[in-house]
Design a protein around this ligand. Structure first.
Ligand code: ADP
Length: 430
């Protein structure tokens, strides 16, 4: 029966009052009959209220039979309950679908809260990382993926960071590529992919380049030695050719040195020790080297009186900063200015190397850190570059969770900015 409005029920009740009064008047006790009727009406409501209470305590039980306003109340509650159940079934279906979907993901996926505790993971995470549900829920993610590399990488907040490569906690021969994405408030989605095959191919390539570079060094040194002996030949024709050969061997030496340096940086086994670095002190030494390289042809301005220190690999950072500085000197014509500054900036400690040199075309900027990439081979050949310098810089910065930004205008100059995460900043007194 369709529910009637409460106005209908109230109207019916009001109509009954004169009837009761009439019966009472006829019986000679109008007030007593009215009081008795009201008492009976109250008892009926109380009984129904009790039935309603009992019914609500037993979900799923039959809707109690009643009439009048109570029949409408039961009907309304039953219909709300039905809608509620329908919605619940719908949500359950969606949740089951979502589970099936995430379990179909080939990559291990887990969710971490602000305290770095695991709040959810999919089936691939159980297989790849040996996570167990529900025992591992709520445990710190750093219990699972141990080591300073992961902790340092995770500590970098609010920046686009490149994925981390590390061995699986279950098997050292399995290599994982880990990416993290922030979502909702303070939550992070961590995706781990088995990258062993690519890692192995990459290692073979790296080892090959490192071995061949190493093997080439000895014959090249011998060749250079003989050429130096022939340098003072009386015949100008011979000494001219020898000088050219010597310059080519020097170029090859540089190339081998850079290749070996790059292989070393890419190798996970031979990473240098992290230490406290006095960056202003390091830059003072680099200033001396820059003076030697420029030989007074440029104005060198260093703004590094004081500034933050860093935690990192000193030799690697020195090589990266040195590369940026030597590039600025190489690609700035005589009379130009090179400015180096080291300061605490908003996003973290920053090294800026700025020059008033030849500049870089916009289209080349995104590719500069690729191995052997040069802007116009003629230009680079003149300067004797290897095309590996900025790859080295990029590698060193990646290993320190730092970013490289390149801005440049043709004919006006270039600015290279290295931004370190605040987590790497150390106070001078540390
Ligand atoms: P290279 O050994 O050739 O200098 P790098 O990897 O260091 O190799 O640099 C790649 C290319 O980027 C260079 O060939 C050069 O064209 C360009 N480049 C790098 N630094 C600068 C700079 N400060 N000003 C202009 N061009 C630059």
């Amino acid at each position: 029966m369709a529910a009637r409005s409460w106005k209908f029920h109230a109207g019916r009740l009001l109509l009954m009052v004169p009837g009761i009064l009439l019966v009472g008047w006829l019986a000679g006790y109008p007030l007593e009959v009215l009081a008795m009727s009201l008492l009976a009406y109250l008892a009926w409501h109380l009984a129904n209220l009790w039935r309603l209470y009992r019914w609500l305590q037993m979900p799923g039980s039959e809707v109690p039979e009643s009439y009048g306003i109570w029949s409408d109340v039961y009907e309304r509650i039953a219909s709300l309950e039905k809608d509620n159940q329908k919605q619940k079934d719908q949500y359950r279906g969606m949740l089951a679908e979502f589970r099936q979907l995430t379990d179909a993901f080939p990559d291990a996926t887990l969710v971490m809260d602000a305290q770095r505790n695991i709040t959810w993971f999919n089936q691939a995470a159980q297989a790849l990382l040996g996570l167990r549900s529900p025992q591992d829920l709520g445990k710190p993610v750093t219990n699972l993926l141990r080591g300073p590399d992961f902790a340092n990488w995770l500590a970098v907040q609010g920046q686009v960071k490149s994925p981390l490569e590390m061995p699986s906690p279950r098997d050292d021969n399995v290599w994982l590529t880990i990416s993290a994405f922030a979502f909702q408030k303070d939550q992070r989605l961590i995706i781990l992919r088995d990258n062993t095959e690519v890692h192995n191919v990459e290692r073979i390539r790296r080892d090959f380049v490192a071995n061949i570079s190493h093997e080439l060094r000895t014959p090249l040194t011998v060749l250079q030695g003989y050429l130096e002996m022939l340098q003072d030949n009386e015949s100008p024709e011979v000494s001219d050719s020898v000088a050219r050969m010597l310059s080519q061997t020097a170029q090859m030496q540089m190339l081998l040195y850079d290749l070996l340096e790059l292989s070393r940086l890419q190798s996970d086994e031979i990473r240098g020790e992290e230490e406290v670095i006095d960056v202003p002190g390091m830059l003072m030494q680099l200033q001396e080297q820059a003076d030697e390289l420029s030989r007074g042809r440029h104005q060198l301005v260093f703004e590094v009186d004081s500034g933050p220190w860093l935690s990192g690999v000193a030799t690697d950072l020195e090589s990266a900063f040195g590369n940026l500085l030597s590039n600025a000197i190489k690609y700035t014509p005589d009379g130009g200015t090179i400015k180096v500054s080291w300061r605490e900036a908003g996003p973290g400690p920053q090294l800026v190397v700025e020059d008033t040199g030849i500049g870089i075309p916009k289209r080349d900027i995104p590719r500069l850190t690729e191995r052997f990439y040069r802007v116009g081979s003629d230009r680079a050949r003149q300067t004797g570059g290897t095309g590996l310098g900025l790859s080295i810089v990029k590698h060193v910065l990646n290993a320190h969770q730092a970013t490289l930004t390149i801005e440049s205008e043709i004919g006006e100059g270039s600015r290279f900015t290295c931004t370190f995460p605040p987590e790497r900043r150390l106070d001078e007194s540390a």
